[in-house]
Design a protein around this ligand. Structure first.
Ligand SMILES: [Cu+2]
Length: 394
């Protein structure tokens, strides 16, 4: 009988080992990353990449999986220092695959290991290294895992949930460059004596990031988020920093938070301001109208003092293709305009505004003669009471 039980256990173990992998992902951990900050300073970071030839930056790649899939992360540690892990923050996984070094396993330099889990509830999760996590997370070893619903829809919050036109991921974090020195980051971790690693006493970040960018980087039109007009957008709000974060949406976007940490909220939270504490994730539905730009403020506050240390701005740019241009009854001369001068007849009863492609307003007026002759060649957008017209100045 004992023999029979033993052999049954062996069969079960081998079946488990042979479980079908629905989704496999290679993630490489490295200590040799660099990050260019908005003021041109370059700081040393740790991070995750999908290939060996990428520059290691932070956050790491976003991993998208489907609810119910058996997921395998093949994690390689190609760093030149401490061991690393992948902790699956917020996901219901077993202890062996949870990446907390003393309870799970760590991957040493030039070694690899598999983290396996069955993707649970649809939502937004974090993965990060859990070796001296105070240091390694600040160093940059983090990314986001998105679990999409099992009905095959990438535009549904969960099976039977709400639909949306697109989702946008906003991950907040900070950098204190005093934590990114050789003295702090270049260490060989000793698992027998983990507290031997030097952790700076103060944490006073100078850089406040959304998806790894700040200040002028976020203002750069290349880093704006393109949306359509009159769209429902599912915003995935993540905070992997050590400060609290408040995302403040324009009132007109009707922000409605419906999901937290991979679970639908028992009741929607209707508020333009959503506070996300370190490690938390929220799912918030917002709507665009026909404005050209929507700015989302991101405030970072010290968890001890509640003092706001920084405010960043994320811009959503509405694609003009989806705005009904015919609503604006403009007579334009000459058309096409070669010198940038428009003549509008009986069109403007209130101010119109002209924007350049960077979203800067170059003119606000109710004059019927729109003089763009002093502007540089390029595309401009005239907006008037919710309508828009594109103009090319040559
Ligand atoms: Cu690590």
């Amino acid at each position: 009988m004992i023999k029979l039980i033993l052999s049954l256990s062996l069969v079960l173990i081998s079946l488990d080992c042979l479980a079908q992998i629905d989704y496999s992902k290679l993630i490489i951990g490295r200590n040799t990353g660099t990050k260019t900050l908005h003021d041109g300073n370059v700081t040393k970071v740790f991070g995750f990449t999908e290939t060996l030839n990428e520059v290691t930056d932070t956050p790491g790649p976003t991993i998208r999986v489907t609810e119910g899939d058996t997921v395998q992360i093949d994690f390689w540690n190609v760093s030149q220092g401490a061991p690393h892990t992948i902790h699956l923050h917020g996901l219901d996984v077993n202890q062996e695959n949870d990446g907390v070094p003393h309870l799970s396993f760590a991957v040493n330099h030039m070694d690899h290991g598999y983290y396996q889990f069955k993707a649970p509830h649809p939502g937004t999760y974090i993965y990060h290294c859990h070796v001296v996590s105070t240091i390694h997370v600040q160093a940059g070893m983090y990314g986001v895992i998105i679990v999409e619903p099992s009905n095959g829809s990438t535009n549904t919050t969960w099976v039977g949930g709400e639909t949306f036109d697109r989702d946008i991921l906003l991950t907040a974090s900070e950098i204190d460059t005093n934590w990114h020195t050789e003295a702090v980051l270049d260490h060989e971790h000793d698992p027998a004596n983990p507290i031997s690693v030097f952790v700076p006493e103060d944490y006073i970040p100078q850089y406040f990031l959304v998806n790894g960018l700040s200040e002028t980087q976020l203002a750069d039109p290349l880093n704006h988020y393109t949306t359509g007009a009159n769209e429902d957008i599912f915003i995935r709000l993540v905070n992997i920093g050590y400060y609290g974060v408040r995302y403040v949406f324009p009132v007109s976007m009707n922000a409605r938070t419906i999901l937290s940490d991979g679970r639908p909220l028992p009741q929607d939270f209707v508020n333009d301001t959503i506070e996300v504490l370190p490690g938390e994730r929220y799912g918030t539905l917002i709507q665009t109208g026909t404005e050209a730009f929507y700015n989302v403020d991101v405030e970072y506050f010290n968890m001890n003092t509640q003092v706001v240390a920084s405010s960043q701005q994320v811009t959503l740019r509405t694609s003009l293709a989806s705005i009904n241009k015919l609503e604006l009854n403009l007579v334009i001369y000459p058309n096409p305009s070669g010198n940038g001068i428009f003549h509008a007849v009986n069109a403007f009863t209130a101010d119109y505004a002209v924007y350049d492609v960077d979203g800067e307003m170059v003119l606000k007026s109710s004059e019927q003669l729109i003089d763009l002759s002093k502007q540089k060649p390029g595309m401009y957008i005239i907006r008037y009471q919710g309508s828009a017209v594109k103009l090319c100045v040559q």
